[in-house]
Ligand binder design. Structure first.
Ligand SMILES: [Zn+2]
Length: 338
């Protein structure tokens, strides 16, 4: 297996090691495309980075499988779940894997998919219907996480949901709110992000700033939203989530990266809000694949050009430089076939 591993802060090194099947429940997958996002770059640029292979989002094709089934066989194209429960903690042992206290997350605390082959458990690979655009399947982890957010906030029909942060993940959450018949209000400080969200079918998009609260108030008939989602990679202050929430509202902080800006919790205290934290979409991959197959969530507006594998180090270096300068970090899609 050829891959790239974090050697030190901001630096990747090419590695070569042998990967073999680990038993009858494992499969060997040829990784065909890997999507490197700002979350991966945040890991690479961490003060104490994890010395592992980055890359949370990838798709591939099965090349070896001990027992073929109708569902999984050699040549099957698959989406890959980046999250696995530990199997050893109290909650795992009590049959509550979704509440695992030690989740393995690819590219965060176990090897990710910036490599040409991966050995995975059969329960972590998901075939997708033929008519599905494989470029949408790359975003599987976002849809799984968005499903966890919807579930945690118990979003109801007709309800306004404010979402702060119009990244591809924020857009996925907003599109899923529409799917469940809620009304998303998407907020961001970047005009381009808001434009992409609008193209993706989000009706209410609002630029953060002095007038934002007033606009949200007018959309919600003065009541303000009961449900607010703050996407953790956003540059906006988390305090905004508390400010725009209705009293006794529910706020969810959702995403794979850490919250960047510091925030005072006093507004949340005054309004007696309920705060939720959602950092993975464990158990939702199958539902997520179906949503993508039906184009209930569409990432077409977020696709980025396919780049060559031999430019990996160079291209990720550019992302790290942009991250360091606090500039916008564009996603990088790598053709792992060459
Ligand atoms: Zn566990």
């Amino acid at each position: 297996m050829i891959g790239w591993q974090i050697a030190e802060r901001g630096k990747l090194t090419k590695i070569n090691k042998i990967e073999q099947l680990e038993g009858i429940d494992s499969v060997k997958v040829k990784i065909t495309k890997t999507l490197i996002t700002e979350d991966d770059v945040a890991s690479i640029m961490d003060e104490k980075p994890p010395l592992l292979i980055p890359g949370r989002m990838a798709i591939g094709q099965i090349t070896e499988i001990p027992y073929e089934s109708e569902y999984l066989k050699k040549g099957t194209k698959v989406g890959i779940s980046a999250v696995r429960n530990c199997g050893k903690c109290n909650n795992c042992l009590r049959g509550k894997p979704e509440k695992c206290s030690d989740m393995f997350v690819a590219g965060k605390n176990v090897d990710g998919f910036l490599k040409d082959f991966a050995v995975l458990s059969t329960s972590d690979v998901f075939p997708f219907p033929k008519n599905t655009d494989e470029n949408d399947v790359l975003y599987l982890e976002y849809v799984s996480l968005a499903l966890s957010v919807i579930d945690r906030l118990k979003i109801e029909k007709g309800q306004h949901v404010a979402i702060i942060g119009a990244s591809a993940l924020g857009s996925a959450i907003a599109q899923l709110v529409i799917y469940y018949q809620g009304v998303p209000i998407l907020i961001d400080d970047d005009d381009d992000n808001l434009m992409l969200a609008k193209k993706s079918g989000i009706y209410y998009t609002i630029k953060s700033g002095a007038k934002a609260e007033k606009e949200i108030s007018s959309i919600t008939g003065g009541r303000m939203p009961d449900k607010v989602v703050f996407v953790t990679g956003s540059d906006i202050s988390p305090e905004m989530a508390f400010k725009i929430s209705a009293p006794f509202g529910n706020v969810a902080f959702a995403g794979f990266s850490e919250v960047r800006a510091r925030s005072a919790f006093n507004v949340a205290l005054d309004k007696q809000l309920t705060c939720n934290f959602v950092t993975c979409g464990y158990g939702n991959a199958e539902t997520a694949i179906n949503l993508l197959a039906n184009k209930a969530i569409d990432f077409t507006n977020y696709y980025v050009p396919l780049t060559k594998m031999d430019k990996v180090e160079q291209n990720i270096q550019k992302m790290c430089d942009a991250y360091e300068k606090k500039e916008k970090v564009a996603d990088l899609l790598i053709d792992m076939l060459g």
